[in-house]
Design a protein around this ligand. Structure first.
Ligand code: SF4
Length: 448
């Protein structure tokens, strides 16, 4: 019998929204690589778009997104023009026209204003067939949801809104610099539902400064009162070396790893007791929601927006820092708006780095995605499907043994199944198959 080895709650690992992960992208993939990959798409290939808007009115101190604060209209107006420019440039490099998923993220996408949102979608409609759209989602800040905005969202065809709520306790909201009382969040949801946007996601967080298990529990219960179809509960990632504004949060106020673990558990137990099904690492969905159905049917996917039902092979990112995924690999735009704008104004695609996938990357990426989405994977089957015969995963299996002895996973031959108690350790379990991890110089957040 194997000895039980405790698994540290301090271990870090990527979130695996891609494999290889973004720190392993390099300049060998450039504008011309992206153009040739786009060119390989056929007319009938389904494609999805992610549009990034890197502006907010004010920075929240916990923010980990690529965004900056502005109250000026000019940079936002110019940025909207660049997005339109990029839509045209991408369309000129590919014959593929079937848009199946559209997702706006940021930043605060609604900062573009109703007219610009309408203009950008109108431009998309001149270049792409939007009749096949299965979903049109947008991330919203409850503090900025108005009737006029909601009307514009209906006009452009938004079907799902994702509201950033994080925590509903006043003391936490004050510390993190984002004050939005429950009544304000409820009003935002009501406005959206009144105009017919019924699909509501709510994003919550644990691990915030001065946040307690009771705060997390209470927030989950209040969020449930809003009847969202889905919730996501993310662990706050304190990465001040990467996001310097987080230095304004006093580290002494952050919950320790055992407390974080207890908070995540409290959220999970509260939401499951309220009728939500856990999906992947950190999502929850009503049983009838498409995300829960996809999870049960093993059709869930993972991309840069998190868990998704979007199964398009080509997921193209538009805007500053946006990442695109094509069959051949990943491409990324510059992280700063100045470089992005200059590239688009010069008439070229804005790609500055990426990663062409090797056969090994394809195979490991599929194993990691299956583990993150399905909590199980037949690694021999994936290796076979990817044309790799007789791959030995001896080292990886060895790395998983502590998870087996702790009851977090079962290994039967080459079939791995993560148990319900192993769900919080998914990132660490997936990391066993990450061949870049041992040499990685990237700083990741705490995995649990
Ligand atoms: S509104 Fe969202 S994107 Fe903007 S600073 Fe706050 S957390 Fe970051």
């Amino acid at each position: 019998m194997l000895a039980k080895e405790a698994i540290s709650l301090e271990r870090t690992a990527p979130r695996y929204t891609s494999y290889p992960t973004a720190p392993h992208f390099g300049p060998e993939v450039d504008e011309s690589t992206y153009a040739s990959w786009l060119n390989d798409l056929s007319r009938s290939d389904p494609v999805s778009f992610y549009l990034h808007v890197p502006f907010c009115e004010k920075m929240c101190l916990y923010c980990g997104c690529n965004t900056k604060a502005t109250r000026r209209v000019e940079p936002i107006e110019l940025y909207a023009e660049r997005l339109i420019g990029e839509i045209n440039l991408v369309a000129e490099n590919t014959v593929c026209r079937k848009l199946v998923h559209l997702h706006w993220g940021g930043g605060t996408p609604s900062i573009l204003g109703s007219d610009r949102l309408r203009e950008i979608v109108a431009q998309l409609a001149t270049r792409y067939d939007l009749s096949a759209l299965k979903e049109h989602a947008i991330e919203l800040d409850p503090r900025h949801v108005t009737k006029a905005l909601a009307d514009a969202l209906v006009d452009i065809g938004v079907t799902r809104a994702s509201l950033g709520v994080q925590d509903l306790s006043d003391h936490v909201q004050q510390i993190i610099g984002r004050v939005q009382p429950f009544t304000m969040v409820r009003r935002a949801v009501d406005i959206l539902r009144e105009v017919g946007i019924d699909q509501i996601n709510i994003d919550l967080m644990y691990g915030l400064p001065k946040q307690s298990e009771q705060d997390v529990q209470r927030t989950a219960i209040l969020a449930h009162e809003l009847k969202p179809q889905r919730l996501a509960v993310f662990g706050y990632a304190h990465v001040p070396w990467f996001k310097p504004h987080q230095r304004r949060l006093n580290e002494a106020m952050l919950p320790g790893s055992a407390e974080r673990f207890a908070q995540a558990k409290a959220a999970r137990e509260t939401l499951t007791s309220l009728g939500y099904e856990p999906v992947g690492l950190d999502h929850y969905a009503k049983p009838a929601n498409s995300l829960a159905i996809a999870a049960r049917g093993r059709k869930l996917r993972r991309n840069f927006q998190g868990y998704t039902t979007d199964d398009a092979d080509a997921s193209l990112g538009l805007g500053t820092s946006a990442i695109g995924r094509l069959r051949q690999g990943f491409v990324q735009n510059p992280p700063d708006t100045g470089s992005y704008s200059r590239a688009i104004m010069a008439g070229g695609l804005a790609t500055i780095k990426g990663r062409a996938l090797s056969a090994d990357d394809h195979m490991r990426g599929r194993i990691i995605e299956k583990l993150m989405c399905n909590l199980s994977c037949n690694i021999d089957q994936v290796a076979d499907d990817c044309g790799h015969r007789c791959v030995s995963f001896e080292q990886e299996i060895k790395m998983l043994l502590p998870f087996v002895t702790n009851g977090f996973a079962h290994i039967d031959g080459h079939h791995i199944a993560v148990t319900e108690s192993g769900r919080p350790y998914l990132r660490l379990i997936a990391a066993a198959f990450d061949s870049y991890a041992p040499n990685s110089r990237a700083h990741h957040s705490i995995a649990v």
